[in-house]
Design a protein around this ligand. Structure first.
Ligand SMILES: N[C@@H](CCC(=O)N[C@@H](CS)C(=O)NCC(=O)O)C(=O)O
Length: 224
């Protein structure tokens, strides 16, 4: 059975779990990273010398880097649309996945760390608003792109939606100022109708580091 190694609350693991869940295949979670440890063991390093999560194991094949994993899952197990067969559409999906890692993810995750992962009395309001402004600047590009499309690459859901859909959930659910993004919000609402997104991405992540730690701890029952 396909193994996903990581923590179910981890920002780079969630998109992999969502992609796997979209395919409907059987899979199991191998808890690793954070308080679950294992990354510094020789066994883990032999499978993943980068010693990070996520990683998958499919039989004796191990793969790491979330975007590479999502592409593999979609190519091997996804139905027609998840991994577009049209090469231009596939290239566009790739483009938005890379754009997510390099441009959209960083300011949103910084805003996330400055809020949810920082004690309320230690939060820096001006830093939070700097990250929120940066995130809004970048996401305005996606909002504009979605003006004439239902999903990132056109009228169907593809891997191009997956990393960005995870960033969108964080963005819309942290305590920051947000401008109105009608097209981004409509797309986020469309994603929210997908059972796999609801189950694996739209997880309450708490409002404080204590909430976060408690949720992480409780996720120990979700894997081995
Ligand atoms: N570019 C990598 C980033 C992986 C990454 O930063 N993973 C973090 C978790 S989100 C990690 O392994 N941190 C150590 C830990 O969780 O213990 C990917 O997309 O897979």
């Amino acid at each position: 059975m396909l193994e996903v190694w990581g923590r179910p609350y981890s920002s780079n693991v969630i998109p992999v779990i969502w992609a796997v869940a979209e395919t409907g295949i059987d899979w199991q979670l191998k808890l690793a990273g954070g308080s679950f440890g294992k990354l510094d063991t020789p066994e883990y390093a032999a499978m993943n010398p980068n010693r990070m999560i996520p990683m998958i194991r499919d039989g004796d094949f191990a793969l790491w880097e979330s975007n590479a994993i999502i592409r593999y899952i979609a190519d091997i197990y996804g139905k027609e649309h998840l991994s577009p067969t049209n090469q231009k559409m596939r290239a566009e999906a790739d483009q938005w996945m890379e754009w997510c890692q390099t441009r959209a993810f960083p300011p949103v995750i910084q805003a996330f760390f400055a809020t949810v992962r920082t004690e309320p009395d230690k939060r820096d309001v001006s830093l939070i608003s700097k990250h929120a402004d940066e995130a809004a600047d970048i996401l305005s590009i996606l909002d504009d792109h979605l003006k004439e499309r239902l999903f990132v690459t056109g009228d169907t859901f593809t891997i191009g939606d997956i990393p960005l859909g995870c960033v969108a959930y964080r963005y819309f659910n942290i305590e920051i100022e947000r401008p109105s993004f009608p097209h981004l919000e409509a797309w986020y609402a469309r994603l929210s109708e997908r059972p796999a997104y609801k189950k694996h991405v739209m997880r309450f992540f708490g409002k404080t580091p204590e909430d976060w730690a408690a949720l992480e701890e409780s996720s120990a029952t979700e894997g081995t």
